[in-house]
Design a protein around this ligand. Structure first.
Ligand SMILES: Cc1ncc(COP(=O)(O)O)c(C=O)c1O
Length: 491
């Protein structure tokens, strides 16, 4: 025995096979500000408070991440009942469970091998749920949708990754370039970093409510052609972190631009239920593209949806879908092959998606409660969005575009030169300095604008509008006091 150990230890070494020098360089450089240093420090402060360390506040308010349930949002009864029954089919005997919930649960279970959500699903998604997604899209857009174009994902992230994977190839000796808005949701920059793809940045116009302007797309693509091969354009609508909702005309112009430049469109439409401004309406890229007719209705498009946002906020369930249209059939076969090999969404996440795309209809037993709960969440989100923008716009040195949709505000802070000097002396960018001070002094965690990208020379931060009304009132009061004293200090 002793000999064995000696022999073993003399052959082994303490050297790691994987070191920071041999690590995938893409992993080293990728950044995801939403869970970056401010979020990490917020969790540390929470632990310090638990240990009894005194702070000028009693609680950390986590406004850095779009996680509705973490902020206290109550789950929608119908969704959770469907999940409960598919997980524990004995509940089918329970008279308290409404018949429409049971009907949906049975449909899902029948589509699962062995009548159990514990069996392996088809990696493209459970058939009956994919069919319900098809009906949802047809009802939303008024246009046909093919089952073959719809695949289910473990959240939008997996769908976005799976679609962007398709572009990871050099063309004419150049790396792929993907157009993406600035500010952007940093999942995109993280994927581009990981895969060494070029992010072609187009700036949204803050002075015109974060509008997406075609001359700016033209500028960005012309510049980029020198260094990469432009392949696709990502559009987030409603916007994260900017909260704007694109007009139909704007979407048409983007589709024309994509057609003229032979670009694939990735429409990130995860906030399609989150529209608060009565003058705004959500138009899917698919609907607009279909209604534009030839030749625009042939543009390749992936539209991405999630269970994490909207009125449901079921981030933990990891449900989502993509509708991918106009793909070359050979490419589509390869896309499906990659999904079969690399991805398989959880059936529970898919069942959650099912409850969203196949909600109770008028006349069904769950309809009234479902509608009441859904409307209550959306109305409250609209009120909170206004509370946030009104507060910011009443503060000296801050301007904030209206939150027309999604669940974030991205205000601009005009910091005094002394604050900028102080930040530089600490080796921090001004927005990081401001948000760090905010966190340390008030316990409010938001994300510095640099994590999403911002025009050089400007400073922003992103806050969610998700704290429940009472908490949000407290947060905004704490914020106001901090901001006023910060501005006075560095005047
Ligand atoms: C624009 C956008 N796309 C995608 C996602 C990822 O969503 P999921 O939780 O479904 O992966 C988010 C999450 O915040 C988002 O804001």
């Amino acid at each position: 025995m002793g000999t064995y150990y000696r022999t073993f230890s003399s052959k082994s070494s303490n050297k790691k096979s994987l070191t920071i020098d041999t690590l995938n360089p893409g992993i080293k450089i990728l950044e995801y500000a939403v869970r970056g240093p401010i979020a990490i420090r917020a969790s540390e402060i929470e632990k310090e408070l638990q240990k009894g360390i005194k702070k000028p506040f009693n609680e950390v308010i986590k406004a850095h991440i779009g996680d509705c349930h973490a902020m206290g949002q109550t789950p929608i009864t119908f969704i959770r009942q469907v999940l409960a029954v598919v997980s524990w089919p004995k509940l089918l005997d329970n008279p308290e469970i409404p018949s429409d919930v049971k009907f949906r649960a049975v449909e899902i279970l029948r589509s699962c091998a062995g009548y159990s959500i514990g069996s392996y699903p088809c990696p493209l998604g459970v058939d009956v749920i994919r069919n319900h997604v098809v009906c949802y899209i047809e009802k939303r857009d008024g246009h046909p949708c093919n089952l073959d174009d719809v695949v289910l994902h473990a959240g939008a992230k997996d769908g976005i990754q799976a679609v962007l994977d398709l572009f990871d190839a050099d063309v004419d000796g150049k790396r792929p370039g993907i157009m993406c808005s600035i500010p952007q949701y940093p999942l995109y920059s993280a994927i581009f970093s990981k895969q060494n793809m070029t992010m072609i940045k187009y700036y949204l116009n803050e002075d015109k409510n974060w509008s997406l302007e075609i001359p700016e797309l033209e500028r960005a693509i012309e510049d980029a052609k020198k260094t990469c091969y432009p392949r696709a354009i990502v559009v987030i609508n409603p916007g994260n972190p900017t909260g704007q909702v694109l007009t139909r005309e704007n979407i048409e112009a983007v589709i024309k631009f994509a057609y003229e430049n032979n670009l694939f469109i990735l429409a990130d439409e995860v906030y399609q239920h989150n529209i608060y401004d009565k003058n705004c309406k959500f138009f899917s890229f698919k609907k607009v593209l279909m209604e534009m007719g030839e030749p625009y209705n042939k543009v390749e498009l992936a539209s991405i949806m999630s269970t994490s946002k909207g009125y449901m906020g079921e981030c933990g369930m990891r449900g989502g879908y993509s509708e991918v249209i106009n793909l070359d059939p050979d490419v589509k076969a390869m896309f499906f092959k990659s999904l079969y090999a690399l991805y398989t969404p959880s059936v529970l996440g898919q069942a959650c998606l099912d409850a969203i795309v196949n909600p109770p209809e008028l006349g069904e037993p769950s309809y009234e409660l479902f509608s009441k709960e859904k409307e209550a969440v959306l109305q409250s989100l609209a009120i909170r969005a206004k509370m946030v923008t009104d507060t910011f716009n009443n503060l000296e040195g801050i301007s904030c575009n209206p939150v027309q949709g999604a669940m974030y505000a991205f205000p601009k802070i005009n910091l005094p030169p002394k604050a900028i000097e102080k930040a530089r002396s600490l080796g921090q960018s001004p927005d990081v300095f401001y948000t760090r001070q905010l966190l340390e002094e008030t316990g409010i965690s938001v994300v510095p604008g640099s994590g999403f990208g911002q025009k050089p020379g400007t400073n922003h931060f992103r806050t969610t509008t998700l704290p429940l009304p009472e908490k949000l009132t407290e947060m905004l009061q704490r914020f106001k006091e901090f901001h006023e004293s910060f501005m006075a200090k560095y005047k």
